[in-house]
Ligand binder design. Structure first.
Ligand code: ATP
Length: 357
């Protein structure tokens, strides 16, 4: 005879199961919902804190194991969904309605792959099911349109009675995109001066019709100038990421960036080391440390920041960027694509931890 299992029993065995990153009980965080029991078959919904949860499989396995330990349970069916929490941020900053987490991607100097990281992280989050936007604030060289296959596009502007102009973002590969390049033309050199720059950036933050977003990625210009200051002071950032390469000079630039964010009260999520090692196209199983190894780890240690990921230098990354098809889509099984997917999940995990702690 089948024993009757009740919901409370299921909740009781699930109580000790924790989200390993948040280190809190799934039950206490109300991540277990809609329990339905049909004889020995238990169904429920697991609501994660990000669609890009890095530990999703592990959490599902832990839940299954716990419920199967209950006497009389024959099968466990778990539907996994996600509700991304909203970043806290300082009270004097004005959030963007509908946008839960704003993440700035920065670098101390140009050419380290900041835009490549921003674009591939955005696409990776979208591939995991998140609602994602990217704001190209790199006014001195807006490369996001090129890398997302939107070169030459223009943003539509809506004028509503008595309202400010509203810009409609473009959309490609699951990502909403706004770029200075859609406005001024990618090849038009522009000299931005303080107040003009300030108002352009504010328009891009608050007058783009972003809709509902789990993550808005901002590709900052390199360095620590006016644009970075304006942005960091305007919106409540969930966090900033500093992209570096392994050379020792990069450490100095990274430190400057870190200081700026700290002074502005912006949490730094960690360091991303790009071009960590080289994978030759004809020998994809080989790895060469061209810039000396361990630079990113050393930088992260010295700055007391986590190293969020190490990305290889691989030709298809540049080719994908130039062709407007990010490596995460163009060569989804490549080492680089896998590294970007993992990086995006690590970032999403950190953002959730920060929002809920
Ligand atoms: N991991 C990588 N492997 C191969 N090529 C890469 C990698 N990362 C970036 N690149 C290439 O290096 C060049 C510079 O990258 P990117 O434009 O992303 O840098 P950036 O830091 O945003 O530069 P800037 O801010 O000066 O515009 C691009 O051609 C890009 O395709």
């Amino acid at each position: 005879m089948q024993r009757t299992i009740d919901k409370q029993e299921v909740l009781n065995v699930l109580k000790p199961v924790q989200d390993p990153e948040l280190r809190r009980s799934l039950v206490e965080m109300e991540m277990i919902r809609d329990i339905d029991i049909q004889g020995g078959n238990v169904h429920f919904t697991l609501v994660l804190t990000t669609p890009a949860c890095p530990l999703r499989d592990m959490i599902v396995e832990d839940c299954k194991k716990a419920v199967l330990s209950l006497d009389g349970v024959q099968s466990v069916d778990i539907k996994v969904t996600a509700e991304t929490p909203r970043a806290k941020g300082l009270p004097d900053r004005q959030g963007i309605a509908g946008v839960k987490n704003i993440i700035a991607v920065s670098s101390g100097k140009g050419g380290v792959g900041k835009t490549t990281v921003a674009v591939n992280v955005a696409v990776s989050l979208a591939l995991d099911g998140a609602q994602v936007g990217i704001l190209d604030a790199d006014i001195y060289g807006p490369n996001v349109p090129l890398m997302l296959g939107l070169q030459g596009s223009r943003m539509n502007v809506r004028h509503e009675e008595g309202e400010a102009e509203i810009f409609e973002p473009l959309f490609n590969y699951g990502v909403k995109v706004a770029s200075m390049g859609f406005w001024i033309g990618e090849d038009q050199p522009l000299i931005w001066r303080g107040p003009m720059l300030n108002s352009a950036i504010r328009q891009f933050l608050y007058q783009v019709d972003w809709g509902e977003l789990d993550y808005l990625i901002i590709d900052l210009p390199p360095g620590t100038g006016d644009a970075q200051l304006t942005l960091c002071q305007a919106v409540p950032l969930a966090g900033a990421i500093i992209v570096t390469t392994p050379q020792t000079v990069a450490l100095l630039d990274a430190r400057k960036g870190l200081r700026m964010f700290q002074q502005l009260g912006v949490p730094v999520l960690g360091i991303v080391e790009n071009m960590s090692y080289f994978i030759p196209p004809d020998l994809p199983d080989r790895k060469y440390d061209i810039f000396s190894s361990g630079g990113g780890e050393r930088t992260a240690r010295e700055l007391e920041l986590p190293l969020l990921g190490m990305l290889p230098l691989e030709m298809p990354v540049r080719e994908g960027g130039d062709r407007g098809v990010p490596i995460t889509l163009a060569r989804a099984d490549s080492v680089s694509a896998q590294a970007f997917r993992k990086l995006a999940q690590v970032i999403a995990g950190r953002v959730s931890v920060a929002a809920l702690s």
